[in-house]
Design a protein around this ligand. Structure first.
Ligand code: PMP
Length: 364
């Protein structure tokens, strides 16, 4: 198990083993400074060097242009569902949302509280298995931004390219929580990218926001100070006590992804893993089935069902015996879901595919 951390395969927030071992070795005394990262003042020179290095490595990884700020915040991506409209529009402004799964739907429900929110397309009627053709989308020319969820974690639907906002501002906003740093992204196409760290780049507790600098500074007057991008930008994410240890862990992951050769290499690894699993599903003569349209299948989250749905409980139970846990699909959709984030090694997916073939053999 060269890269994966856990003896349990397919856990939903795998971290690279190398990163965990490095954190372990530094836990008691960070690089000889006599303190653990958990004990440091967030205003001390040690932590300052940690957060600056994390930001600089993330900028290198994603090739983030100078005109964008990188913020390390708290409250999860869920808090950004509110922070985005609060920072980018007035209560009278309109915004467009393209809803390709339940996270996009949650973002809409939050945005509705702060501005006029239009759902310009929803995949709900088709159980969130598609992304529409962009040309046919009826965008509101007055919208302040167009919002997408780049990868729907529960439904396994991922944008392979991005719609061009046809509004006056041209601002595209993306929730990248579950595919952040899984492949290269042209940041300049977006006004705001936000992501909870806990899928691909660190432990839960830190949310990364990449925001074009000219969009900062116009928050609604009632915006809580903790949600105002301007405050965090002016204070380099140190307005209040940040999640220091999480930021440190993200920094270790960024270093590790750079060592792997950057996001192009990471993408290749993710493509190989996903192909193996989708091929196994598609080649099972209908025993397994992935409901998502082929062209938009996620490289990170692979939902699948069994033709004989009565065997699904047995499948999950047998897989758990082999240390493959968390395969049960989200309670809202049922079936199975394999999360194969960056740190999930190819060997983990190979093991799952072998298990699936074996299970099918026994069941038929
Ligand atoms: N958006 C997406 C795409 C997610 O997968 C999640 C969490 N699974 C969220 C938002 C919510 O993130 P958080 O738990 O960090 O608030």
């Amino acid at each position: 198990n060269p890269t994966g951390s856990s003896t349990s395969l397919l856990v939903p927030a795998t971290l690279p083993e190398k990163v965990l071992l490095k954190a372990q070795s530094e836990l008691y005394n960070w690089r000889g400074c006599g303190m653990s990262v958990t004990e440091m003042s967030h205003r001390g020179k040690e932590f300052k060097s940690i957060i600056e290095k994390a930001e600089s490595d993330l900028r290198t990884l994603l090739n983030i242009p100078e005109e964008y700020s990188v913020l390390f915040l708290q409250g999860g991506a869920t808090t950004q569902f509110a922070a985005v409209p609060l920072n980018l529009c007035t209560p009278d402004d309109s915004v467009d949302y393209l809803v390709t799964g339940s996270w996009g739907d949650k973002a809409v429900k939050e945005s509705q509280k702060y501005c006029k929110t239009n759902v310009i397309w929803s995949g709900k009627a088709e159980k969130y298995t598609k992304i529409p053709a962009f040309e046919g989308l009826e965008q509101n020319p007055d919208a302040k931004y167009l919002h997408i969820c780049a990868n729907e974690t529960i439904h396994g639907v991922e944008f392979k390219d991005y719609p061009t906002p046809k509004n006056k501002t041209g601002i595209l906003v993306a929730d990248m929580s579950s595919n952040f740093c899984s492949k290269p992204v042209d940041v300049s196409k977006f006004g705001v990218i936000y992501a909870g760290a806990q899928k691909n780049v660190g432990p839960s507790g830190v949310t990364i926001v990449i925001v074009r600098k000219d969009l900062i500074g116009n928050a609604q007057t009632t915006t809580p100070i903790m949600l105002d991008y301007k405050i965090h930008n002016e204070n380099n994410s140190l307005y209040n006590t940040p999640p220091c240890y999480c930021i440190y862990m993200c920094g270790l992951v960024f270093e590790y992804l750079l060592e792997l050769g950057g996001l192009k290499e990471v993408e290749k690894m993710n493509e190989n893993k996903a192909k193996l699993l989708y091929d196994a599903i598609d080649g099972s003569n209908g025993f397994y089935r992935c409901p998502v349209e082929k062209s938009v299948r996620s490289l990170m989250n692979v939902p699948f069902t069994l033709e004989k749905s009565e065997l699904e409980g047995e499948f999950v139970k047998e897989a758990a015996k082999e240390n493959m846990v968390q395969l049960k699909g989200h309670r809202s959709v049922g079936g199975m879901r394999a999360s194969i984030y960056n740190a999930m090694p190819l060997a983990g997916v190979e093991k799952l595919v072998l298990f699936m073939k074996d299970f099918q053999g026994k069941a038929c």
